[in-house]
Design a protein around this ligand. Structure first.
Ligand code: T3D
Length: 262
Protein backbone atom coordinates (compact mmCIF):
# COMPACT_ATOMS: atom_id res chain seq x y z
CA UNK A 1 0.00 0.00 0.00
CA UNK A 2 1.34 3.46 -0.81
CA UNK A 3 0.71 6.19 1.71
CA UNK A 4 -0.80 9.62 1.05
CA UNK A 5 -1.62 10.83 4.58
CA UNK A 6 1.34 9.43 6.50
CA UNK A 7 5.00 8.68 5.89
CA UNK A 8 6.60 5.45 7.00
CA UNK A 9 10.22 4.50 7.28
CA UNK A 10 12.09 1.76 9.05
CA UNK A 11 15.76 1.62 9.71
CA UNK A 12 17.88 -0.40 12.14
CA UNK A 13 14.85 -1.69 14.04
CA UNK A 14 13.23 1.73 14.49
CA UNK A 15 10.01 2.29 12.55
CA UNK A 16 8.76 5.85 12.24
CA UNK A 17 5.24 6.94 11.31
CA UNK A 18 4.86 10.62 10.48
CA UNK A 19 1.29 11.93 10.26
CA UNK A 20 1.53 13.98 7.11
CA UNK A 21 -1.29 16.48 6.67
CA UNK A 22 0.47 19.55 8.03
CA UNK A 23 -2.04 22.00 6.52
CA UNK A 24 -4.72 20.46 8.79
CA UNK A 25 -2.39 19.96 11.74
CA UNK A 26 -2.39 16.25 10.82
CA UNK A 27 -6.07 15.79 11.63
CA UNK A 28 -7.25 12.19 11.35
CA UNK A 29 -9.10 11.74 8.05
CA UNK A 30 -10.79 8.58 6.74
CA UNK A 31 -7.78 7.55 4.62
CA UNK A 32 -5.43 7.74 7.57
CA UNK A 33 -6.77 4.80 9.57
CA UNK A 34 -6.16 2.08 6.96
CA UNK A 35 -2.79 3.65 6.21
CA UNK A 36 -1.82 3.60 9.89
CA UNK A 37 -2.87 -0.05 10.16
CA UNK A 38 -0.92 -0.89 6.98
CA UNK A 39 2.16 0.90 8.33
CA UNK A 40 1.93 -1.13 11.54
CA UNK A 41 1.57 -4.32 9.46
CA UNK A 42 4.66 -3.36 7.50
CA UNK A 43 6.66 -2.49 10.62
CA UNK A 44 5.76 -5.81 12.22
CA UNK A 45 6.47 -7.80 9.06
CA UNK A 46 9.89 -6.11 8.82
CA UNK A 47 10.67 -6.91 12.47
CA UNK A 48 10.60 -3.40 13.96
CA UNK A 49 11.85 -3.30 17.56
CA UNK A 50 10.61 0.20 18.42
CA UNK A 51 8.04 2.54 16.90
CA UNK A 52 8.02 6.34 16.81
CA UNK A 53 4.89 8.34 15.95
CA UNK A 54 5.21 12.04 15.18
CA UNK A 55 3.60 14.79 13.10
CA UNK A 56 4.77 16.80 10.10
CA UNK A 57 4.84 20.58 10.35
CA UNK A 58 3.80 22.57 13.42
CA UNK A 59 1.19 20.17 14.81
CA UNK A 60 1.24 16.62 16.16
CA UNK A 61 -2.43 15.79 15.46
CA UNK A 62 -5.60 17.91 15.74
CA UNK A 63 -7.89 14.91 16.29
CA UNK A 64 -10.72 14.01 13.97
CA UNK A 65 -10.77 15.99 10.74
CA UNK A 66 -13.86 18.12 11.24
CA UNK A 67 -13.98 19.05 7.56
CA UNK A 68 -14.13 15.43 6.39
CA UNK A 69 -15.65 13.53 9.28
CA UNK A 70 -15.31 9.82 9.30
CA UNK A 71 -18.90 8.67 9.56
CA UNK A 72 -20.02 5.10 9.92
CA UNK A 73 -23.52 3.72 9.78
CA UNK A 74 -26.34 3.98 7.27
CA UNK A 75 -27.09 7.34 5.69
CA UNK A 76 -29.31 9.31 8.02
CA UNK A 77 -28.38 6.96 10.86
CA UNK A 78 -24.71 7.78 11.21
CA UNK A 79 -23.25 6.80 14.53
CA UNK A 80 -20.01 8.27 15.86
CA UNK A 81 -19.86 5.36 18.30
CA UNK A 82 -19.66 3.00 15.33
CA UNK A 83 -16.89 5.17 13.84
CA UNK A 84 -14.95 4.69 17.06
CA UNK A 85 -15.61 0.95 17.05
CA UNK A 86 -14.48 0.51 13.46
CA UNK A 87 -11.52 2.91 13.23
CA UNK A 88 -10.29 4.59 16.42
CA UNK A 89 -10.61 1.75 18.91
CA UNK A 90 -8.79 -0.89 16.84
CA UNK A 91 -5.88 1.53 16.38
CA UNK A 92 -5.59 2.36 20.07
CA UNK A 93 -5.90 -1.31 21.04
CA UNK A 94 -3.28 -2.30 18.50
CA UNK A 95 -0.78 0.25 19.79
CA UNK A 96 -1.33 -0.99 23.33
CA UNK A 97 -0.88 -4.63 22.27
CA UNK A 98 2.21 -4.06 20.08
CA UNK A 99 5.01 -6.16 21.57
CA UNK A 100 7.51 -3.34 21.04
CA UNK A 101 7.81 0.06 22.73
CA UNK A 102 5.91 2.94 21.12
CA UNK A 103 7.18 6.51 21.51
CA UNK A 104 5.11 9.58 20.63
CA UNK A 105 7.31 12.51 19.64
CA UNK A 106 4.82 15.33 20.18
CA UNK A 107 6.13 18.14 18.01
CA UNK A 108 3.15 20.50 18.36
CA UNK A 109 -0.47 20.67 19.39
CA UNK A 110 -2.18 17.36 20.18
CA UNK A 111 -5.94 17.95 20.27
CA UNK A 112 -8.96 15.67 20.68
CA UNK A 113 -8.17 12.17 19.51
CA UNK A 114 -4.72 13.51 18.62
CA UNK A 115 -4.08 13.87 22.36
CA UNK A 116 -5.41 10.33 22.84
CA UNK A 117 -2.96 9.10 20.21
CA UNK A 118 -0.05 10.88 21.89
CA UNK A 119 -1.00 9.32 25.21
CA UNK A 120 -1.61 5.85 23.78
CA UNK A 121 2.15 5.63 23.27
CA UNK A 122 4.19 3.91 25.97
CA UNK A 123 6.51 6.91 26.22
CA UNK A 124 5.35 10.41 25.29
CA UNK A 125 8.04 13.03 24.73
CA UNK A 126 6.85 16.56 24.03
CA UNK A 127 8.63 19.54 22.53
CA UNK A 128 8.49 22.68 24.69
CA UNK A 129 6.10 24.39 22.26
CA UNK A 130 3.72 21.41 22.12
CA UNK A 131 0.40 21.39 23.95
CA UNK A 132 -2.47 19.09 24.75
CA UNK A 133 -6.11 20.05 24.50
CA UNK A 134 -9.15 17.85 25.04
CA UNK A 135 -11.12 19.78 22.47
CA UNK A 136 -14.03 17.34 22.64
CA UNK A 137 -15.93 19.48 25.16
CA UNK A 138 -15.83 22.41 22.75
CA UNK A 139 -17.84 20.45 20.16
CA UNK A 140 -20.15 18.52 22.44
CA UNK A 141 -18.37 15.17 22.38
CA UNK A 142 -16.81 13.13 25.14
CA UNK A 143 -13.08 12.38 25.21
CA UNK A 144 -12.49 9.22 23.16
CA UNK A 145 -9.63 7.15 21.86
CA UNK A 146 -9.15 5.96 25.45
CA UNK A 147 -8.61 9.48 26.80
CA UNK A 148 -11.11 9.06 29.65
CA UNK A 149 -8.91 6.29 31.00
CA UNK A 150 -5.41 7.17 29.76
CA UNK A 151 -5.44 10.67 31.21
CA UNK A 152 -6.85 9.84 34.64
CA UNK A 153 -4.34 6.98 34.94
CA UNK A 154 -1.46 9.34 34.25
CA UNK A 155 -2.48 12.44 36.19
CA UNK A 156 -5.39 11.56 38.48
CA UNK A 157 -9.07 12.41 38.46
CA UNK A 158 -8.90 16.09 39.44
CA UNK A 159 -6.71 17.05 36.51
CA UNK A 160 -8.37 14.61 34.11
CA UNK A 161 -11.78 16.08 34.84
CA UNK A 162 -10.49 19.67 34.70
CA UNK A 163 -8.92 19.09 31.29
CA UNK A 164 -11.90 17.10 29.98
CA UNK A 165 -14.66 19.42 31.11
CA UNK A 166 -12.96 22.78 30.55
CA UNK A 167 -11.16 21.86 27.34
CA UNK A 168 -8.23 24.05 28.41
CA UNK A 169 -4.89 23.74 26.70
CA UNK A 170 -1.99 22.46 28.82
CA UNK A 171 1.54 23.24 27.69
CA UNK A 172 4.27 20.63 27.44
CA UNK A 173 6.25 21.82 30.48
CA UNK A 174 3.20 21.64 32.73
CA UNK A 175 2.19 18.32 31.16
CA UNK A 176 5.60 16.94 32.15
CA UNK A 177 5.31 18.34 35.69
CA UNK A 178 1.94 16.65 36.03
CA UNK A 179 3.23 13.32 34.69
CA UNK A 180 1.01 13.45 31.61
CA UNK A 181 4.15 12.96 29.51
CA UNK A 182 7.55 11.42 30.23
CA UNK A 183 9.64 14.46 29.28
CA UNK A 184 9.44 17.94 27.85
CA UNK A 185 12.50 18.91 25.79
CA UNK A 186 13.53 22.01 23.83
CA UNK A 187 11.96 22.01 20.35
CA UNK A 188 15.34 21.68 18.64
CA UNK A 189 16.20 18.63 20.77
CA UNK A 190 13.01 16.62 20.17
CA UNK A 191 14.16 14.62 17.16
CA UNK A 192 17.58 13.71 18.56
CA UNK A 193 16.18 12.87 21.98
CA UNK A 194 13.55 10.57 20.52
CA UNK A 195 15.92 9.03 17.96
CA UNK A 196 18.42 8.17 20.70
CA UNK A 197 15.68 6.73 22.88
CA UNK A 198 14.23 4.70 20.01
CA UNK A 199 17.66 3.34 19.06
CA UNK A 200 18.32 2.36 22.67
CA UNK A 201 14.98 0.53 22.80
CA UNK A 202 15.50 -1.11 19.39
CA UNK A 203 18.83 -2.48 20.57
CA UNK A 204 17.31 -3.70 23.81
CA UNK A 205 15.95 -7.08 24.93
CA UNK A 206 12.81 -6.78 22.80
CA UNK A 207 10.90 -9.73 24.22
CA UNK A 208 11.52 -8.57 27.79
CA UNK A 209 10.51 -5.00 26.94
CA UNK A 210 7.28 -6.21 25.31
CA UNK A 211 6.46 -8.34 28.34
CA UNK A 212 7.27 -5.42 30.65
CA UNK A 213 4.78 -3.25 28.80
CA UNK A 214 2.12 -5.95 29.14
CA UNK A 215 2.70 -6.36 32.86
CA UNK A 216 2.69 -2.64 33.64
CA UNK A 217 -0.57 -2.04 31.77
CA UNK A 218 -2.24 -5.06 33.36
CA UNK A 219 -1.40 -3.88 36.89
CA UNK A 220 -4.13 -1.25 37.15
CA UNK A 221 -6.81 -3.90 36.67
CA UNK A 222 -5.33 -6.62 38.90
CA UNK A 223 -5.23 -7.45 42.57
CA UNK A 224 -1.71 -7.86 43.96
CA UNK A 225 -2.13 -11.66 43.86
CA UNK A 226 -3.20 -11.56 40.21
CA UNK A 227 -0.33 -9.26 39.32
CA UNK A 228 2.22 -11.45 41.10
CA UNK A 229 0.89 -14.45 39.20
CA UNK A 230 1.18 -12.56 35.89
CA UNK A 231 4.74 -11.49 36.71
CA UNK A 232 5.58 -15.10 37.50
CA UNK A 233 4.24 -16.22 34.11
CA UNK A 234 5.85 -13.45 32.06
CA UNK A 235 9.19 -13.76 33.89
CA UNK A 236 9.30 -17.44 32.93
CA UNK A 237 9.06 -16.31 29.32
CA UNK A 238 11.66 -13.55 29.71
CA UNK A 239 13.99 -15.96 31.49
CA UNK A 240 13.97 -18.30 28.48
CA UNK A 241 15.19 -15.65 26.02
CA UNK A 242 18.66 -15.51 24.51
CA UNK A 243 18.73 -11.88 25.58
CA UNK A 244 18.48 -12.81 29.27
CA UNK A 245 21.46 -15.15 28.89
CA UNK A 246 23.34 -12.44 26.99
CA UNK A 247 22.46 -9.76 29.57
CA UNK A 248 23.84 -11.84 32.43
CA UNK A 249 26.93 -12.92 30.44
CA UNK A 250 27.65 -9.31 29.51
CA UNK A 251 27.28 -8.18 33.12
CA UNK A 252 29.66 -10.85 34.37
CA UNK A 253 32.19 -10.10 31.61
CA UNK A 254 31.88 -6.35 32.32
CA UNK A 255 31.06 -5.59 28.68
CA UNK A 256 28.02 -4.02 26.98
CA UNK A 257 25.26 -6.50 26.14
CA UNK A 258 24.56 -7.33 22.50
CA UNK A 259 20.84 -8.04 22.49
CA UNK A 260 19.30 -9.65 19.42
CA UNK A 261 15.65 -9.30 20.39
CA UNK A 262 15.24 -13.08 20.84
O1 T3D B 1 -16.40 11.28 13.79
C1 T3D B 1 -15.36 11.12 14.42
O2 T3D B 1 -14.30 10.97 13.79
C2 T3D B 1 -15.45 11.07 15.90
C3 T3D B 1 -14.17 11.19 16.60
C4 T3D B 1 -13.86 12.33 17.28
C5 T3D B 1 -12.55 12.46 17.92
C6 T3D B 1 -12.05 13.90 17.99
O3 T3D B 1 -10.86 14.05 17.87
S1 T3D B 1 -13.14 15.16 18.28
C7 T3D B 1 -12.06 16.57 18.37
C8 T3D B 1 -11.70 17.11 17.02
N1 T3D B 1 -10.66 18.12 17.08
C9 T3D B 1 -10.91 19.36 17.45
O4 T3D B 1 -12.00 19.74 17.80
C10 T3D B 1 -9.73 20.32 17.38
C11 T3D B 1 -10.03 21.42 16.39
N2 T3D B 1 -8.87 22.30 16.25
C12 T3D B 1 -8.56 23.23 17.14
O5 T3D B 1 -9.21 23.42 18.16
C13 T3D B 1 -7.38 24.08 16.83
O6 T3D B 1 -7.12 24.02 15.45
C14 T3D B 1 -6.11 23.65 17.60
C15 T3D B 1 -6.27 23.97 19.08
C16 T3D B 1 -5.81 22.18 17.41
C17 T3D B 1 -4.89 24.45 17.05
O7 T3D B 1 -5.20 25.82 17.00
P1 T3D B 1 -4.25 26.80 16.16
O8 T3D B 1 -4.77 28.18 16.39
O9 T3D B 1 -2.84 26.51 16.46
O10 T3D B 1 -4.45 26.39 14.62
P2 T3D B 1 -5.72 26.68 13.68
O11 T3D B 1 -5.52 27.95 12.96
O12 T3D B 1 -6.99 26.49 14.43
O13 T3D B 1 -5.60 25.44 12.65
C18 T3D B 1 -4.72 25.48 11.53
C19 T3D B 1 -5.44 24.87 10.34
O14 T3D B 1 -5.76 23.51 10.66
C20 T3D B 1 -6.79 25.59 10.09
O15 T3D B 1 -7.02 25.54 8.71
P3 T3D B 1 -6.98 26.89 7.82
O16 T3D B 1 -7.93 27.86 8.46
O17 T3D B 1 -5.55 27.35 7.92
O18 T3D B 1 -7.37 26.44 6.46
C21 T3D B 1 -7.76 24.68 10.80
O19 T3D B 1 -9.06 24.76 10.29
C22 T3D B 1 -7.15 23.31 10.54
N3 T3D B 1 -7.58 22.35 11.56
C23 T3D B 1 -7.25 22.33 12.85
N4 T3D B 1 -7.86 21.33 13.47
C24 T3D B 1 -8.59 20.69 12.53
C25 T3D B 1 -8.42 21.34 11.31
N5 T3D B 1 -9.04 20.95 10.21
C26 T3D B 1 -9.85 19.87 10.31
N6 T3D B 1 -10.05 19.20 11.47
C27 T3D B 1 -9.45 19.57 12.58
N7 T3D B 1 -9.63 18.86 13.72
Amino acid sequence: MSFSTIQFDHSAGVARITLNRPERLNALCPEMFPELQAALDRGQAEGMRALVITGAGRGFCAGADLTAPLVAGQEGREDIGLTLELYYNPLMERLRALPVPVIAAVNGVAAGAGASLALAADITVAAESASFVLAFARIGLIPDGGATQLIAERIGLARALGLSLLGEKVGAAEAAQWGLVWKCVPDAALKDTVDRMAQQLAQGPTVGLGLTKRAVYAAARHSLAEQLALERRLQSEAGRTDDFAEGVAAFLAKRPARFTGH
